[in-house]
Ligand binder design. Structure first.
Ligand code: C5P
Length: 268
C-alpha cells in the first residue's frame, strides 16, 4: 500500500495491490416479494456486529434497491469468518458480494458506470472487491488495472490478526505525508524488495502489537511479510502449503489469542 498524496477532499491517493483469498465471509440470500430486507449475522467473527441499517451489507442492498427501483426484497444471512476492522477488506467484500448476489437473485442488470459509482459510494475498496481479481488500485480506490502476477496465483497465504481493531480513518490521519514513490512491482520478489505499506508506521503507533505480529511471521521465513491495508492484520506468503501450515501451527502455539487463517491467493 503506497500512499502518494493527501487529496483536497480528505481521501488519499493510493497505489495498492489487491489480491483475493479463497476463503472469506459467506453470504446467502432468499427472495422476498414484499421489498423488505432482513439481515442476520452469524459466524465466528459475527459477535458484536449488528445486522442493522449501518451494516455495509444492508447499505449495499438498500442502494441497489434505490438505484434500480426494484420492488423485491431479500432475507440475507452473513456468515462472518473474517475479523471486523482488520484491514483485509472484509466489510468491503461483503458489500460487493451483496451487490452481485442481489443482482442475480432479483434477475437485474445495472449499467457498468452506475454500478461503479454505487460501489464507490459504499466505500473506497468496494469497486476493487466487485472486480474480485488481482488488481492494481489507484486514486481513492476506484481506478482499477487488472494484474496477471503469475507467481502470486494459488500461493499459500497466512493471515494473522492480534484481535485488535484499528480505525482506517485514524490510520490514514497518522500518515506523515511523505511520498515515498510509486508501486511498480510485477512479481513477488519485486514486491518484497521495492514494495511497502506506508500505513504500517501510523498503524503501529495506534496498535504496537502489529510489530510483534510482523516479527513472529518473519521468524517463519516466508517469501514476503507485510501488514495488509490499514491493519492490524498482517499476511505472509509461502512457497508451499506445508511451510504455511508449519508456520500457522507455531503461531497458534505461541500466540493462542491471535486469529490465524490459512488460505491461498485466488487465481481469478
Ligand atoms: O472509503 P471508506 O469509507 O472505506 O474510507 C474510510 C476512511 O478511510 C475514510 O473516511 C478516509 O478517512 C480513509 N481513506 C482515505 N483514503 C482512501 C481511502 C480511505 O483517506 N483512499
Amino acid at each position: 500500500m503506497h500512499v502518494r498524496e493527501r487529496r483536497a477532499d480528505g481521501y488519499h491517493a493510493l497505489e495498492s495491490l489487491f489480491v483475493f483469498a479463497e476463503d472469506g465471509d459467506i453470504l446467502r440470500a432468499g427472495h422476498r416479494d414484499d421489498g423488505v430486507i432482513t439481515l442476520a449475522v452469524e459466524g465466528p467473527c459475527g459477535a458484536g456486529l449488528s445486522g442493522d441499517e449501518d451494516n455495509l451489507v444492508m447499505r449495499a442492498a438498500r442502494s441497489l434497491q434505490a438505484a434500480t427501483g426494484i420492488t423485491a426484497g431479500a432475507d440475507i444471512r452473513l456468515d462472518k469468518r473474517l475479523p471486523v476492522a482488520s484491514g483485509i477488506g472484509g466489510g468491503s467484500a461483503d458489500a460487493a458480494a451483496t451487490l452481485r448476489l442481489l443482482m442475480r437473485l432479483w434477475n437485474i442488470t445495472v449499467e457498468g458506470a452506475v454500478l461503479q459509482q454505487l460501489s464507490l459510494s459504499l466505500g473506497s475498496d468496494v469497486p476493487a472487491c466487485l472486480a474480485s481479481t488481482t488488481q492494481l488500485v489507484r486514486g481513492r480506490g476506484e481506478l482499477l488495472e487488472a494484474q496477471a502476477l503469475d507467481d502470486l496465483s494459488c500461493r499459500p497465504m497466512l493471515l494473522v490478526n492480534p484481535r485488535v481493531g484499528v480505525s482506517t480513518a485514524s490510520v490514514f490521519a497518522g500518515w506523515d505525508r511523505i511520498d515515498r514513490g510509486p508501486l511498480d512491482a510485477r512479481n513477488i520478489d519485486g514486491l518484497a524488495r521495492a514494495g511497502r505499506n506506508d500505513l504500517e508506521a501510523p498503524a503501529r503507533l495506534l496498535a504496537p502489537v502489529i510489530g510483534d505480529v510482523l516479527q513472529a511471521l518473519q521468524a517463519q521465513a516466508p517469501r514476503l511479510v507485510r501488514m495488509s491495508g490499514s491493519g492490524a492484520t498482517c499476511f505472509a506468503l509461502f512457497d508451499d502449503g506445508q511451510a504455511m501450515t508449519q508456520a500457522a501451527t507455531a503461531l497458534r502455539h505461541d500466540h493462542p489469542d491471535w486469529w490465524v487463517m490459512e488460505t491461498r491467493i485466488r487465481t481469478s
